[in-house]
Design a protein around this ligand. Structure first.
Ligand code: ATP
Ligand code: MG
Length: 261
């Protein structure tokens, strides 16, 4: 991992107005730095603002106050060098696997021959060569997720934003995808911001884990994971970090209960 700062989030606040005109503060005073080629996870319970923070970084939502920089430039609208993978995969149902993967390249005006070559490379990387002519509805959830990853990677993005990408997968497919994304990240050296509410997943994947707390969403603690890869879930260091994070969540739950009782 480099010491160059790739993403800087400085004192960011997000206030939504709901359809009754009431204001709801989703994020308050969020500060965080992501280094170039770092893999970070945003971890927290439902509603703590993970998706909101990711969408602000990726340029899909506007900031209420504060600033976010990527490569020292304030974030504007979504850019091809910064790709987002959503929980529902976001595939085009009318396009084949190959055509889905080619989409970003097509937008960039890359020639058909070149697109086919690049798509073939990424189909191989995610093990879907045999399904190049299939449509998304003919694939399992895990396969669709791999198409979404291949499509995002095909434009060689510098940053990948991933919002609970494995949330809908069964446990075994999820483990496989976690190993796969680790391998892809090691090969391609991107910066990854990965949202999850799964403690085990965060410890398996991240260089650092940003634990968020709700009402309003804040960064509560940053936990470094200084364990080499590939990681072993039964390893003593792995379990120690996982237990420490469980402890953080127990504290949060207790504080919230104290507040309500
Ligand atoms: N478009 C919106 N309008 C109003 N409120 C919103 C909007 N989007 C999110 N919120 C509110 O902001 C808070 C944070 O939501 P967000 O979706 O970022 O949480 P999350 O941590 O991603 O949750 P989950 O794990 O369930 O996906 C919630 O209280 C939510 O109700
Ligand atoms: Mg979310």
């Amino acid at each position: 991992m480099s010491t160059r700062k790739k993403i800087k989030v400085e004192d960011v606040t997000k206030v939504f107005t709901n359809n009754k005109g009431e204001q709801q503060q989703a994020l308050a005073g969020v500060d965080l730095t992501v280094f170039d080629t770092e893999f970070i996870c945003l971890l927290g319970a439902s509603g703590c603002g993970k998706t909101t923070l990711l969408n602000l970084m990726a340029g899909f939502e506007s900031i209420s106050s504060g600033t976010i920089y990527i490569d020292d430039k304030p974030v504007g609208s979504p850019q091809p060098q910064y790709q987002t993978i959503f929980q529902n995969y976001g595939l085009f149902p009318w396009r084949t696997v190959e055509e889905n993967i080619e989409y970003g390249l097509e937008v960039q005006g890359v020639s058909l021959a070149e697109r086919r070559k690049i798509a073939a490379n990424y189909m191989e990387m995610v093990g879907l060569e045999k399904f190049r002519h299939s449509h998304p509805h003919q694939l399992s959830g895990g396969m669709q997720q791999r198409v979404a990853i291949a499509r995002a990677l095909a434009v060689e993005p510098e940053v990948l934003f991933m919002d609970e990408p494995f949330g809908a997968l069964d446990a075994l497919t999820r483990f496989r995808m976690q190993e796969e994304i680790t391998r892809i990240w090691q090969e391609n050296k991107q910066t990854i911001v990965f949202v999850t509410h799964d403690i085990d997943e965060a410890v398996f994947l991240a260089d650092r884990i940003f634990i968020m707390s709700p009402y309003p969403g804040r960064i509560k603690t940053v936990v470094p994971v200084p364990i080499g890869r590939p990681r072993d879930r039964t390893d003593y260091d792995f379990i120690k970090i996982r237990d420490r994070i469980y402890g953080e969540f127990k504290l949060t739950v207790k504080k919230e209960l104290d507040y309500y009782i």
